[in-house]
Design a protein around this ligand. Structure first.
Ligand code: IDP
Ligand code: MG
Length: 139
């Protein structure tokens, strides 16, 4: 059964460029309810842990550097079929391959600096939510 929650981060490049408001509008217009949200900055340790699955990839160092260089907006989103529908809304990892109208097509710079994160499975969504939020921060 597909879950009702996913996890997102508006990444440092999009925050730097002033896109928080426009991206949140796209998310709510697409029918997601924001049930938790905060602006925060990941430490090197946080980013290494969060992206542990990519630690052998050649871009890992660059990814950790990017994700820690400034604030992010982390949020928990609720909707039926949340994980899959949110991945559709954000578009492909590489903005050059992302569909028209997707958040990455509109706001991402490159495959590395791609504006937004979305969980890739229900299991990872729950892990990522627990990584960033305690139960009493989720409404
Ligand atoms: P996803 O965010 O679409 O799930 P993943 O393959 O899980 O993409 O990669 C995690 C993040 O690592 C990407 O969102 C992007 O910021 C970065 N990344 C992925 N592939 C590359 C690459 O080839 N070069 C540089 N950074 C990359
Ligand atoms: Mg991924």
């Amino acid at each position: 059964m597909s879950g009702k929650r996913t996890f997102t981060m508006i990444k440092p490049d999009a925050v730097e460029k002033g896109y928080i408001g426009e991206i949140l509008a796209k998310i709510t217009e697409a029918g997601f309810r924001i049930s938790a949200m905060k602006m925060t900055q990941m430490t090197k340790r946080d980013a290494e842990k969060f992206y542990e699955i990519h630690k052998e990839r050649p871009f890992f160092g660059e990814l950790v550097e990017y994700m820690t260089r400034g604030p992010i907006v982390a949020a928990v989103l609720e909707k039926e079929n949340a994980v899959e529908d949110f991945r559709t809304l954000i578009g492909a990892t590489n903005p050059e391959e992302a569909a028209e109208g997707t958040i990455r097509k509109l706001y991402a710079t490159s495959i590395g600096e791609n504006a937004i994160h979305g969980s890739d499975s229900d299991e990872n969504a729950e892990k990522e939510i627990a990584f960033h939020f305690s139960g009493r921060e989720i409404f």
